[in-house]
Design a protein around this ligand. Structure first.
Ligand code: G3P
Ligand code: CA
Length: 253
């Protein structure tokens, strides 16, 4: 199967990360999907943002998302280091993103961050309201959250994020009933080069996808496509799509 490409925080090399503009660019570039990070505001709205505070993207505003209400968050400009070229960049609501992708065949990789069971329930309900369950895969570094999400919605897709040298992740993945392994990409080549283990083959044998992150260098993207990972998570979806096409053509797949 040809490797598919997911735009990390949208096409974040070309527009402010986790913005509607970055997500629209991923659509325009014909990415196969996107990745985003999700938080809940103090008044219970689901918003898309990477950090638990807004300092980095608002030019220094000191506020934690979970302690701030939606209206206040919307008053800030989340343009990061992009200056005025995108106008005022608003923090998106999750439902705006669902609305944008509804009717497309793109996957939405929702990275679960800090929050209670109610936060997970609210996310699941929003997806349900848009009838987009099949378009969503939940990922998290907090694997307990994935476990809870599966309890809330037994049919949902879940993926474990990790950035350490986990041995036999396919065994863990099977025990957790994961859909996919989401390793930092270096885990894959270390295991292949140091131990001679075919990471992708092992995972596929156990019914697991391999979707590494965040591959931005052309050589790494090519390597991952050549060994047959399922999806590459990247800030440069246009570059990765070109490389994935070249590799598929070469391998005749
Ligand atoms: O999905 C992979 C990646 O998003 C995890 O790291 O810090 O970019 O959220 P981070
Ligand atoms: Ca993320």
């Amino acid at each position: 199967m040809k490797t598919k490409i997911w735009a990390h925080r949208g096409a974040s090399a070309y527009a402010p990360e986790n913005s509607l503009q970055a997500f629209q660019m991923a659509i325009d570039m014909k990415a196969d999907g996107i990745e985003l990070d999700i938080y809940e505001t103090s008044d219970g709205k689901l918003v898309i943002h990477h950090d638990n505070d807004i300092k980095r993207m608002t030019g220094g505003v000191e506020a934690k998302i979970r302690e701030t209400d939606f209206k206040t968050l919307r008053s800030y400009n989340f343009n990061g280091s992009w200056g005025d070229q995108f106008g005022k960049v608003q923090i998106p609501e999750f439902k705006e993103v669902l609305d944008l992708f509804q009717g497309t065949d793109m996957k939405i990789n929702v990275e679960l961050k800090e929050g209670s069971i109610a936060y997970l329930q609210a996310i699941s309900q929003a997806v349900q309201a848009f009838q987009m369950e099949e378009q969503i895969i939940y990922s998290s570094f907090d694997h307990l959250k994935l476990h809870h999400m599966r309890k809330i919605n037994p049919n949902c897709e879940i993926a474990a994020l990790y950035a350490f040298n986990m041995m036999y992740p396919w065994a863990y993945g099977r025990m957790m009933n994961l859909t996919a392994l989401h390793p930092a990409y270096s885990m894959i080549y270390k295991m292949r080069d140091e131990l001679g283990i075919d990471y992708v083959k092992e995972a596929h044998t156990h019914g697991l996808q391999v979707n590494p992150w965040t591959a931005n260098k052309e050589g790494i993207i090519r390597y991952l496509a050549e060994i047959g990972v399922d999806h590459i998570i990247t800030d440069y979806p246009d570059v990765a799509l070109r490389i994935a096409n070249e590799v598929a053509e070469k391998q005749n797949i």
